[in-house]
Design a protein around this ligand. Structure first.
Ligand code: SF4
Length: 354
């Protein structure tokens, strides 16, 4: 077996410190207020000809609104494709900022808004463009593959952008062509792909603060309580958690597996926002959150992304109804930078469309 590169131990650790992660409480609205906001939002979207594109991790009401108004709920790959292909001239992206930026890069002529631009991602924050540019410059012989969870500046430094839906296939195909890879930013996903493909990969050292919290020992204990449960794990989780999985895959792969597998119970290691779609599509099945408690747990170990949680009904209503706020929440990407960042994104979409 070839010796695989692993720069990871010598890179600075780009994981976010707990104190750098915002604490965001769940907004609990009275039913009447929720319904009022939902109908105002649906009416605003329709009147203004806007499409709502939502991620599986955001508030369930927002996911429902996206589907009811002709938008979409999906993973970041499908969100990007849907936003690009939709005829609406204005999109509202309910997710985190890199998703809004991706929509803008792929559709520079469209106006892209988000309920808040404060919705970040620890992977994006953990890959500063200047430091990453230095890293790529040190390894000109490597093909630069970056995860979609990165800024436009980082994408502009890449040869390929991938999501968790297509990363394995793209890296496998690069390896088959004899290419050596520089991978960023998620070290857990990078290690998983390296193990699956045996590709020569140098890994950046970022992590998702949600998936990194899943605990393998507690997961094994839970499995003893539910021996017939299927275990579905997102590959941003640590390798010890991935090792316990029946299915490892993107959010879309997890949704598909829950529908197709015959188990009546599932333990799911990804953001708990996905439980809305899982329960909606599989009302007779039981879904249990994979444990985040155990050694190393903190008060932030709750399997819910604090930035995704910023997408709440009141913010969505405000961006649709308050022109000044909407102006503050518009995604803007420098056109020249956007054109450079579009190349690796187009490459990914073309690869997927083959
Ligand atoms: S769940 Fe993790 S990868 Fe997804 S947006 Fe939040 S921090 Fe980023």
């Amino acid at each position: 077996m070839p010796k695989l590169s692993s720069k990871i131990d010598t890179l600075p650790d780009y994981s976010l410190a707990p104190e750098d992660v915002p604490l965001v409480g769940s907004l609990v609205l009275e039913d009447a207020e929720r319904e009022r906001l939902k109908s105002r939002i649906a009416e605003s979207l329709q009147r203004q000809g806007m499409a709502l594109v939502a991620h599986y991790y955001v508030d369930g009401d927002i996911q429902d609104l996206a589907e009811q108004t002709g938008g979409c709920v999906s993973d970041s790959l499908e969100m990007a494709r849907f936003g690009r292909d939709h005829s609406a001239e204005q999109l509202v992206v309910a997710g985190v900022r890199f998703m809004g930026e991706t929509a803008k890069i792929l559709s520079p002529e469209k106006r892209i808004f988000m309920p808040t631009l404060e919705a970040e991602c620890s992977l994006d924050l953990g890959c500063p463009p200047d430091a990453f540019a230095e890293f790529t410059a040190q390894h000109p012989d490597r093909t630069v593959v970056v995860y979609a969870n990165t800024s436009a500046q980082v994408k502009a430094l890449a040869d390929w952008v991938v999501t968790s839906s297509c990363a394995l296939d793209i890296v496998s195909s690069l390896k088959a062509k004899g290419e050596k890879i520089l991978w960023a930013p998620d070290k857990h996903l990078g290690r998983y792909i390296q193990a699956q493909t045996q590709a020569d990969m140098l890994l950046w050292s970022g992590a998702c603060i949600v998936h990194e919290e899943f605990k393998s020992k507690a997961l094994e204990d839970l499995r003893k309580v539910y021996p017939n449960a299927g275990v579905l794990v997102h590959p941003e989780s640590p390798s010890s958690v991935i090792a316990s999985a029946d299915v490892v895959g993107s959010t879309k792969a997890i949704v598909d597996a829950a529908a197709s597998m015959s188990n009546d119970t599932f333990i799911v290691a990804t953001d708990r926002g996905i439980f809305h779609k899982l329960r909606q599509q599989n009302p007779s099945k039981t879904f249990i959150e994979a444990p985040t408690a155990g050694d190393g747990a903190t008060c932030r170990s709750c399997a819910h992304c604090p930035w995704m949680a910023m997408n709440e009904l009141r913010a969505l209503d405000r961006v649709l109804s308050d022109a000044e706020y909407r102006n503050q929440c518009e995604i803007r990407v420098d056109p020249a930078l956007g054109r450079r960042a579009q190349l690796p994104l187009d490459r990914m979409l073309a690869f997927q469309a083959r």
